[in-house]
Design a protein around this ligand. Structure first.
Ligand SMILES: NC(=O)C1=CN([C@@H]2O[C@H](COP(=O)(O)OP(=O)(O)OC[C@H]3O[C@@H](n4cnc5c(N)ncnc54)[C@H](OP(=O)(O)O)[C@@H]3O)[C@@H](O)[C@H]2O)C=CC1
Ligand SMILES: Cc1cn([C@H]2C[C@H](O)[C@@H](COP(=O)(O)OP(=O)(O)O[C@H]3O[C@@H](C)C(=O)[C@@H](O)[C@H]3O)O2)c(=O)[nH]c1=O
Length: 283
């Protein structure tokens, strides 16, 4: 039986892990969020590792408010850089596997083909910059850690674009949504299942960066239109450019991730984004 510590367990990915955990009877989970284990507190983390046997950590805790981060740099770096460093050091010291989650927003979005793990990262905003620094800290302190970059996470819980769209579609007659930012929506339970498959892989895990999203490509406008179709909403969705929908943080215009490495390493089957959206919406 492997003991897995999940940090940030009340967030979107943490909830997704909890929702599928029963399908993995060989894994035993310790779910913690800020109240039980504040991962920015090195003493608390070390104390936790001293009291429990931890075989692996899935770090789901993060500062994820992309626009707010522009005004809140210190808090973003504390949670997205310093805290993962603390976890990496503790995991390395206790011989525990670390799965750390990062983002497509580490890229500037100037590519015209899906991003590979070896491509240069050059984030536009504070959120992406803090996550990129966190990746380097994790791999610097724990070279066997697995850093999974994912994109456009959504689920039935938490704060995400899909839930926001459903709410706005009920409140408004029309919505403007950008069509010139392209990426791939990722259903959080699909990512959660991929993480647990990796942890159970018979050959063990080889450290490094891996890309995981659902299959396919969409703009935020495409994503919104798909949600509208599946929910039967009558709200009008207008395609607009990024200039017409200004935000505090600049997002990558293109952030599709190439998943060849993670699929080959762990034999993953990755669902197509429209299929997972239908599952999420119960269709
Ligand atoms: N959401 C997305 O679209 C994407 C997310 N990612 C990455 O995926 C990972 C999971 O994201 P997601 O599940 O959406 O994140 P959420 O923001 O939903 O969850 C993060 C959780 O961490 C908790 N937390 C905050 N501070 C601490 C702390 N000091 N110690 C312990 N826990 C803390 C939060 O609590 P509280 O709510 O109280 O702050 C929250 O429960 C993150 O690394 C994120 O960067 C990557 C791509 C897309
Ligand atoms: C709500 C809304 C957003 N948008 C635009 C704004 C932005 O360019 C894009 C996405 O909007 P959001 O702010 O909801 O999503 P955002 O917070 O940018 O989502 C990101 O979160 C972080 C945590 C990640 O790691 C990324 O992978 C990505 O999922 O859609 C519209 O065009 N119309 C709208 O009504």
């Amino acid at each position: 039986m492997k003991n897995i510590l999940v940090t940030g367990a009340k967030g979107q990915l943490g909830n997704a892990l909890q929702s599928i955990a029963a399908q993995y009877p060989d894994l035993s989970f310790l779910y913690t969020d800020r109240e039980e284990l504040d991962i920015t507190d090195a003493a608390a983390v070390n104390d936790f590792f001293g009291r429990q046997t931890i075989d692996a950590v899935i770090n789901c805790a993060a500062y994820t408010a992309v626009d707010k981060a522009e005004q809140d740099e210190e808090a973003a770096f504390l949670l997205n850089f310093q805290a993962p460093l603390i976890l990496a050091e503790a995991c390395a010291g206790h011989n525990a596997t670390l799965i750390h989650v990062s983002t497509d927003y580490v890229f500037d979005g100037n590519a015209n083909r899906p991003y590979q793990e070896t491509d240069d990262a050059s984030p536009h905003g504070i959120y992406g910059a803090s996550k990129l620094r966190g990746e380097a800290a994790v791999l610097g302190y724990h070279p066997n850690a697995v850093v999974i970059r994912t994109s456009w996470l959504y689920s039935r819980t938490g704060v995400n674009f899909a839930l926001r769209m459903q709410q706005l579609m009920q409140e408004k007659e029309s919505l403007n949504v950008v069509y010139d930012q392209t990426g791939t929506p990722t259903y959080a339970p699909d990512l959660a299942a991929a993480i647990l498959t990796i942890l159970q892989h018979p050959d063990g895990v080889t450290g490094g960066i891996y890309h995981y999203s659902n299959e396919g490509v969409a703009s935020w406008y495409d994503f919104a239109v798909a949600i509208k179709a599946l929910t039967g909403s009558k709200c009008e969705i207008n395609p607009v450019t990024t200039d017409q929908y200004p935000t505090a943080a600049k997002r990558p215009a293109y952030s599709v991730l190439n998943k060849a490495k993670i699929k080959a390493a762990f034999g993953l089957n990755v669902p197509y984004w429209r299929d997972s959206l239908a599952v999420c919406l119960g269709k």
